[in-house]
Design a protein around this ligand. Sequence first.
Ligand code: 0X9
Ligand code: ZN
Length: 507
Amino acid sequence: MLAAWWLVVALGRGLAPSGGDAYRDHELVQVFVADDDALARLLATGVDPWTDHPRPGWLTVRVTPSRRAAVWADQWPLKVLDHDLGQRVDDESARLAARPDVAEGGDFFADFRTLDEIDAWVDALAAAHPELVSIEQVATSIEGRSVRALRITAAGSDDRPSLLVTAGQHAREWISVSSALWLADTFVSHADDPEYAAALDAGQLVIVPVVNPDGYLYTWTDERFWRKNRRDGVGVDTNRNWAHGWGGEGASGNPSDENYRGAAAFSEPETLGLSNWIGEHPELVSHVDLHSFGQLVLYPWGDVADAAPDDDELSSTADAIVTAMSGAVQYIALQGVQLYPAAGNAIDWTYGDAGLEAYTFELRPDFNNDAEGFAPAPDQIAPVGDEVLAGIWVVLDAALEQGAADTTGGGADSGGGSSSTGGPQPGSSSGATGDGSTSTTTTDAPGDGTTVAADGTGAASESTGAPTQDGDASGCSCRTRAGIDPRGGWSWCLLVAAVIWRRRARA
Ligand code: 0X9
Ligand code: ZN
């Protein structure tokens, strides 16, 4: 009876929560592996590492009941983060089934949304703001779904310099999708604010919120932690399928691996369609690809250790992005390959082959918070959305400066993240709900002088008094860095040490 009620409620909301059966009694365990031999021994037990590039050190793995004895037989230093991932997925499904219904006026950003809800919201946003928002189809997925872009501009033309934001290449990284939609919502609902109006007059924001719609849907219906697209039911990692350096280090030729590169460069309709579309749009000058998790800003190259031709600009802009995004939590800038090699990733192609200034943002949580990992609580949607917004402003300002320089024949440097439009500091956003009405979501965004609790509760914590940047020469307010990681202490030191260790391991 209860099950029947659940089904009615779920279907009534257009949902089909997957439930946790696929993960019943699966443990999430942090294991310390001292060296490559130990790593090989652990992986031989058949655990599922929650990273596509396992290395010695602390490693988070999913352990199925059938593998448990083999894992625990060894004397690993280990910590069980979760005894039953199935329960976690059940809890999440129950929460999702009870979340506010957008069709009945509920806040779209109160929780994560199904593909149907996202499509309806995007349609409604465009219908309510035809002067600002247009929708373009950029690709068709393997299962025949539209991969769509929202173009947001007040210019009424598509030849203004444009920033492309993509999200959801990896199906389980829901916070990347919600953040892309948060950007669209903020730019539309603030379009009359002087800073936004200036930016939308001078340039455009093009947002593809769900690059991998088949995979995204599958995480809602079947396997919550699915990563790839749905090629033959086995999947291709679209972020290993782009043509730049395809088949190089960090991309597997084994279809069952999480980082399977596909049969050939651009073998997948999602990457082929999107890359063709990018090639047809010379107004695009920069690209940000959203992922989770790790709190990182990555720049090319992601496959080889050589410095990119524009390494100085890329790294200095990445530093500026990190400054803008950090406050409640700390982000770190890295050349992608220093994290681990990932040949065939999107930004190597958009930078190297399409000529865009390109970055990957890995959003919250950080690597010390694997337990939350790909399933952050819904109260993270707003603060992470605002962090992405702050970072996007840095890239957009650089793009618009470049556009202005190109127009005037000047030689402005695209790096450094200085402000041409004086993009605002996010703090509160009035949200278009998609039905033409608006809702207001207020957040203590990083940089507005307060900080958000690191656990995402929204409770303010004391500023640590870290440096602030107030006002640029034009008198517009700029990003303020209110504090560094209120968790502080050893976890932050460990994170920094891990990054340095990774860098040295690569050297
Ligand atoms: O592995 C990926 O595709 C990205 N990380 S994720 O956990 N979201 O899957 C990162 C790719 C960034 N590039 C490099 N690490 N080189
Ligand atoms: Zn990803």
